[in-house]
Design a protein around this ligand. Structure first.
Ligand code: SAM
Ligand code: SF4
Length: 458
């Protein structure tokens, strides 16, 4: 396995692009509007911008690009933690092996059902399964867990897409994982800087940098064609990490013809028993985080950018204008915490503790359409098929009506009080659907929902 993250090259690029000239910034911003992405040198120029006026132009461009590709919908999901007992010792994580304060263990099928039920009752349709690494979290267990989630029904609701963020596995197990019907396999490199990686991952299987770097390749080779990448910001220089994420995206695109389905931008949060988590070695300011998200949107326009509840509500309300396309809401980071009042510490602290309904109400007042859409992977729009639609900005012809349909379903089943307040928003969004046939079909499907039909999508 060759390390495709060439550190010297990244440092050289960052050095050469310091103090960028105004004209080259303009040229790069204009190029990004063609939706073909940016190369690492161009991205570095933008990352090296510090002037407020220039940053604002980058932010506006990011908003424009996100809207051109995905429309004004925001996909919502919640994490479902299955275990907190870990064989690894990542120094920033509350679940790490040497942290004796954690370790409530592993959820059994009954508990998974209860957790899923609690999430369905909030209105969720999309979950991200998360687990610490443990011999008990093997493929047999994961198959059973995913089946339990998909089989759980509550009223009109059920979970229609399970994405997963768990430790890498062997090819044969990735193949079995694919057959469970997951959506995206997500794995964060945490830091792409190898020395830093080695210092932070002192023992356990995760201490193998290259194995982690190639995990998404293995997943792709096993047939999981939607993979998600990410870096944990705060561990190392954020500019380095963003360029490394771009090189990772380029590598996946070169080898498989499909770049990352999603990029996550977690920032280090305090975690029990972790000094590093409370005192990040490379603190990332709110402005830096805005820049990270906006530059990623310009550089990899087709990707889903995921923002978690690690960030507080005020900041999240700013970041959703900068290119974010998916957010978690109502999250708990401790196994079992949705269905019981467990006050123990989760994996890390959550900053946005609002419920799903509070988040939804807030984003709708800002003109976003909350989306619980799960249609792409259920209709085979994955991997290259998805990219062929996302790259030219055609995916929004599906995203927009599907967001409206899933939001309407949510209002009918879980939040009738909000329905009155969002009527105008929904009608105005329907009227904006460009294709008259789709517009009419969307109105028709919305009427069918009010007559009791469910799970309608394009
Ligand atoms: N255990 C698997 C792993 O490490 O890849 C999968 C799940 S792990 C629970 C999910 C992610 O949580 C990690 O990839 C890491 O980026 C993030 N994380 C760990 N500690 C964190 C902290 N203190 N603040 C924010 N995110 C953290
Ligand atoms: Fe375990 Fe993942 Fe936490 Fe590392 S980040 S200690 S692998 S749960």
């Amino acid at each position: 396995m060759r390390n495709f993250i060439n550190e010297d090259k990244i440092f050289d690029i960052l050095e050469e692009t310091q103090s960028p000239a105004r004209q080259s910034v303009d040229t790069i911003i204009n190029k990004s509007l063609e939706l073909k992405g940016l190369n690492p040198v161009e991205a570095a120029v933008l990352l090296n911008c510090a002037e407020k006026v220039t940053l604002n132009r980058i932010f506006e461009t990011a908003k424009h690009i996100k809207e051109t590709i995905y429309g004004n919908r925001l996909v919502l999901f919640a994490p479902l933690y299955l275990s907190d007992r870990c064989v690894n010792n990542c120094l920033y994580c509350g679940f790490r092996r040497e942290n004796l304060n954690t370790g409530t263990g592993l959820l059994d099928a009954n508990k998974i059902r209860e957790e899923t039920r609690a999430l369905i009752l909030q209105g969720h349709k999309r979950l991200l399964i998360v687990a610490a690494e443990d011999p008990d979290v093997n493929i047999d267990y994961l198959e059973e867990a995913i089946k339990t989630v998909y089989d759980t029904k509550e009223g009109n609701g059920n979970i229609r897409r399970v994405n997963i963020n768990v430790a890498p596995m062997e090819m044969k197990d990735f193949k079995r994982l694919k057959n469970t019907g997951i959506g995206t396999y997500q794995l964060f490199q945490e830091t792409y800087h190898r020395d830093t990686y080695n210092q932070l991952h002192t023992s356990g299987p995760k201490s193998d940098y290259l194995k982690r770097l190639y995990a998404c390749d293995l997943a792709q080779s096993a047939g999981i064609d939607d993979v998600g990448i990410g870096a944990l910001f705060g561990l190392y220089n954020y500019k380095f990490e963003v360029l490394a994420l771009l090189f990772h995206a380029m590598h996946l695109e070169d080898v498989f013809g499909v770049g990352p389905h999603t990029i996550s931008v977690p920032r280090l949060e305090p975690a029990q028993g972790s000094d590093i988590a409370s005192h990040p070695p490379y603190p990332v300011s709110d402005t830096d985080l805005k820049k990270i998200i906006a530059v990623l949107r310009l550089a990899v326009p087709y990707t889903g950018i995921i923002l978690s509840t690690r960030e507080n509500a005020v900041l999240r309300n700013k970041l959703i204008y900068l290119g974010v396309s998916q957010i978690s809401a109502g999250s708990k980071t401790l196994p079992g915490a949705y269905s019981s009042d467990n006050k123990a510490h989760g994996q890390f602290s959550i900053s946005d503790e609002r419920s799903l309904s509070e988040v939804i109400e807030d984003v709708t007042t800002r003109g976003f359409i909350p989306s619980f859409c799960t249609s792409c992977y259920r209709t085979g729009r994955t991997g290259e098929n998805f990219m062929d639609l996302a790259k030219p900005g055609d995916i929004k012809n599906f995203c927009q009506p599907n967001a409206l349909l899933t939001f309407e379903e949510y209002l009918l089943d879980y939040n009738p009080e909000l329905a009155g307040k969002t009527k105008t928003l929904i009608s105005s969004e329907i009227s904006k659907i460009a294709d008259p046939e789709i517009r009419q079909m969307t109105s028709g499907k919305i009427k069918s929902l009010s007559r009791g039909k469910r799970d309608l999508y394009f």
